[in-house]
Design a protein around this ligand. Structure first.
Ligand SMILES: *Cc1c(COP(=O)(O)O)cnc(C)c1O
Length: 365
């Protein structure tokens, strides 16, 4: 048996008719940028996130970058970020001209540890950019309380968390604003790059809309130096079809996660920890193993696809060589990079595939 980390074909086979219809609708409309599909998707996705506003943009990195700009975060400012995240979180801060200030995670949830945030707040801090890593929301109540106390904005990097809940409320509605990615491999994915922001702040939504469209509110009148980062009509049309099934597909991921946990709970592997406040959407199913590299090789030899999210924390990336961070500066992020392993996950992962992966894991350890 061969089990891929993520089956990218099956979802699109299941929705082939819907995707074809969406394509034909856009093709025949004669309108390909900023039209009805984008407006309709924005309204539908805002509803899904229980937010008042949604603005489509080109990708998840731009969603975060443009939000920071909309909040006037720029040169000389600091933004608190998790030490363990995809580098895009940090780069969004750099794009805005500000400095990312890393804070270590809670080693059970992998999300930013609220207890460590205040020590990182300075007079330059403008925002906390939290990540809902692997599809589980960060511990938002204490984070929002710290932000309130220090007058900071809270921005969610919800790129991995479409539909995830915290105390019954969805990602995208848990801070001042949120950035989403619709990269094909995310829980809600387009057939290429796409992204969006959600917020209840009308002013910020409008600023992002203008920034993403060359800084222009009225065609050929540019109020600010903007960017070209628009959600395409075609992707919006595809996303509208996929939005109809995202809840059902997240439920399938949940069932897969439960099957893994049931089969592996008696092993020495460290399994995902889910606090009572959280309802994750299982973007990734991440375990920790002491001999992670040997285990990954064993699984690879058994035709099981795995990946490490993430093998090198941002502060140790070559891209950050000039910033002076050293090995040992963020030991938890570094430990995770050494021990975490993402197992196959997705709405089209079959029970017998999960059983095969679990059997191989049990054989290996
Ligand atoms: C995917 C991802 C992003 C970036 O999204 P793109 O659409 O690829 O730009 C940002 N943050 C996290 C946590 C992600 O997983």
């Amino acid at each position: 048996m061969r089990v891929p980390l993520l089956n990218m074909k099956a979802p699109h086979e299941e929705l082939a008719d819907e995707m074809q219809t969406a394509f034909t609708r856009v093709l025949k409309s004669g309108w390909y940028i900023l039209g009805q599909e984008v407006s309709a998707f924005e309204a539908e996705f805002a509803g899904y996130c229980e937010s008042q506003y949604c603005v489509g943009v080109g990708n998840g990195l731009d969603a975060l970058h443009l939000l920071l700009r909309a909040y006037d975060v720029g040169a000389g400012d600091e933004v608190i970020v998790p030490s363990n995240t995809y580098i895009a979180t940090w780069l969004a801060v750099e794009y805005a001209g500000a400095t990312p200030v890393p804070v270590e995670p809670d080693d059970r949830t992998y999300n930013i540890d609220p207890a460590k945030i205040e020590a990182a707040v300075s007079s330059k801090t403008k925002a906390i950019l939290v990540v809902h890593l692997y599809g589980q929301t960060a511990d938002m109540d204490p984070i929002n309380a710290i932000a309130q106390k220090h007058g900071l904005k809270v921005i969610e990097d919800a790129a991995q968390a479409h539909g995830a809940k915290y105390k019954g409320r969805p990602a995208g509605s848990l801070g001042d604003a949120a950035g989403f990615s619709f990269y094909p491999g995310k829980n809600l994915g387009a057939l290429g790059d796409a992204g969006a922001i959600t917020t209840n702040d009308a002013g910020v939504a409008e600023k992002v809309r203008v920034l993403a469209n060359y800084g222009s509110e009225i065609k050929y009148k540019n109020s600010v130096k903007g960017f070209n980062s628009r959600l395409d009509e075609l992707h919006a049309a595809f996303l509208r079809e996929k939005l109809k099934v995202v809840e059902a597909w997240n439920t399938r991921r949940l069932l897969a996660a439960e099957r893994y946990i049931h089969a592996l709970q008696k092993t020495a592997l460290k399994l995902p920890y889910v606090p009572e406040t959280c309802k994750p959407v299982w973007h990734q199913f991440v375990i920790e193993a002491p001999q992670r590299d040997a285990l990954q090789k064993y699984l690879t030899d058994a035709q099981i696809g795995t990946l490490i999210h993430y093998p090198i924390p941002p502060h140790l990336q070559e891209a950050y060589a000039s910033s002076g961070w050293r090995r040992g500066d963020f030991p938890l992020a570094e430990r995770m990079a050494k021990h975490v392993l993402s197992l196959p996950m997705g709405p089209h992962l079959a029970p017998n595939e999960i059983d095969y992966v679990c059997q191989k894991l049990i054989d290996a350890i």
